[in-house]
Design a protein around this ligand. Structure first.
Ligand code: KG4
Ligand code: ZN
Length: 351
């Protein structure tokens, strides 16, 4: 069967200041954004609440909810951007990593739009997008190379960033992600999903030194958050069996102490990565990058080591489509278009 589209044609039509529609649907957020020459015109988001009662994301429900909401979310992004569909220069979507059913909804929708509007299609790596969330609304020259600590609900990565599209993972978790540790520990305490923001809030009122947790030894630049989760479970169950009001009485100190431990673990390897790579600039990314104590520690690291720091706006730390559009902008300029016929989601997509 002949290919429906020819990317060579798009390549010759390329502009220097593209207007991009980006769609994000990798997990439990349906999001769309319009970016015009790196200026964000709109950024819409629908966070699925259906999962909170299950204490985690239910993949089947997530894809159904994306399907239900994607038209309204994209329409809103176009309306808020005050543009006509004909003004779009390309359609971008999250190709992976993520939940297959969720990714399929965004991918099919983007393919349909690209086909109907006769515009090029760009597939974006969600983890690369988290890194580029640091550069949304930033005008100045970016200081490459840098090391980015990406900490989300599904990933914990130390990324050596050579350029906007050139990055390499130099360390990652061997088991649970840092956000996952926040969420699972929160669930043990009966906190609603996702527990990260609540732990952050409670921790601000508590003391980091009240409770201590053992160290986890992991080689090189790798991480492991599964041991600390088990230690916390043993600690918490032991205390509650002695005093059923243990959580209510101590919740601020418990959250401050365990959060401090998780952050120390993240910072330890981050500092090692900075020393090893000798970079002069650092960044953080992903949902956990919204954590106030982590942000303070990273700011402190930048000051003490005299490093240039990129700190993403909190609204761009958790999943959003603006960050997908940022990657798409650079891929557009590089002419990295996809074949609409064969474009597919990649649930375990790597850089
Ligand atoms: O990047 P993200 O929105 O989704 C993934 O790609 O996974 O990250 C979601 C994660 C959740 O685990 C959530 O608990 C965590 O980010 N998170 C936080 C905070 N805000 C979100 N963790 C700690 N402190 C926060 N303020
Ligand atoms: Zn994410």
């Amino acid at each position: 069967m002949p290919a429906i589209t020819g990317n060579k044609r798009y390549f010759s039509m390329k502009k220097q200041n593209p207007t991009i529609l980006a769609i994000e649907s990798s997990c439990d957020d349906t999001a769309a954004a319009v970016l015009q020459n790196k200026k964000l015109l709109s950024n819409t988001l629908f966070t699925q609440i259906i999962h909170s009662k299950y204490g985690g994301v239910v993949p089947e429900l997530a894809s159904r909810d994306h399907q239900k909401n994607i038209v309204a979310v994209v329409k809103e992004a176009i309306e808020l951007a005050k543009i006509n569909l004909s003004e779009l220069d390309c359609i971008a979507y999250t190709q992976g990593p993520g939940l297959l059913g969720s990714l399929l909804v965004g991918c099919c929708f983007a393919k349909g739009m690209a086909l109907a509007l006769d515009k090029p299609l760009i597939g974006v790596n969600h983890m690369q997008a988290h890194v580029l969330a640091n550069f949304i609304d930033i005008e100045d020259q970016i200081e490459f190379p840098l090391v980015c600590l990406t900490v989300s609900g599904g990933h914990t990565q130390l990324v050596y960033v050579k350029d906007f599209l050139e990055m390499k993972i130099i360390g990652q978790t061997l088991d649970d992600a840092m956000g996952e540790a926040f969420d699972k520990i929160g669930k043990m305490m009966g906190l609603p999903y996702p527990a990260g923001p609540t732990i952050d809030e409670f921790a601000q009122k508590g003391s980091i030194n009240t409770f201590s947790f053992p160290n986890t030894i992991v080689p090189d630049l790798e991480y492991s958050f599964s041991g600390i989760k088990t230690s916390f479970s043993n600690f918490f169950q032991g205390k509650v069996s002695q005093n059923k009001d243990f959580f209510e009485v101590n919740k601020y100190d418990i959250c401050a102490s365990i959060q401090n431990k998780l952050i120390d673990m993240a910072m330890n390897k981050f500092c090692k990565a900075v020393e090893k790579t000798k970079v002069k600039a650092i960044a953080i990314a992903g949902g956990v990058a919204a954590n106030s104590a982590l942000r303070a520690k990273v700011e402190n690291l930048a000051i003490t080591k005299n490093l240039k720091l990129y700190l993403p706006n909190k609204k761009y730390c958790t999943d959003n489509a603006a960050m997908i559009a940022m990657v798409a902008h650079h891929k557009y300029l590089a002419g990295q278009f996809q074949n609409i016929d064969s474009a597919m989601p990649i649930p375990r997509m790597e850089f």
